[in-house]
Design a protein around this ligand. Structure first.
Ligand SMILES: [Zn+2]
Length: 85
C-alpha cells in the first residue's frame, strides 16, 4: 500500500490593504492582508494547518511584513468595516 503524504504552504488572503512601495522590491504594488499556513497533507487532503506568520503581503515579490496578532486583528476589522460602507 502506498501512502501519499507531504506538506504545502498556503497564503490565505483576507483583503486588499491598498498600494505601497515595498521595502524589499521597491515597486509600488498592491498590499494584501494575509496569513501564511503550513499544511500537512495525507492523500493531498490537509490534515493539520500551522500558522507560520501573518502580515501584509507584497503582491509583486511575495514578501510578508509580519504583524503581531493584535495589530493584524485590528487591521482586519478595520478593513471589514470599510467594506460595509
Ligand atoms: Zn515587494
Amino acid at each position: 500500500m502506498v501512502i501519499t503524504y507531504g506538506t504545502r504552504t498556503l497564503f490565505k488572503r483576507e483583503g486588499a490593504w491598498g498600494h505601497a512601495i515595498c521595502k524589499n522590491c521597491g515597486h509600488d504594488a498592491p498590499q494584501t492582508l494575509c496569513r501564511q499556513l503550513d499544511q500537512v497533507t495525507l492523500f493531498f487532503i490537509p490534515i493539520v494547518s500551522l500558522e507560520k506568520q501573518r502580515g501584509i503581503l507584497c503582491e509583486s515579490c511575495g514578501m510578508i511584513v509580519p504583524l503581531d496578532k493584535a495589530e493584524y486583528k485590528r487591521r482586519r476589522e478595520a478593513r471589514q468595516k470599510a467594506a460595509l460602507f
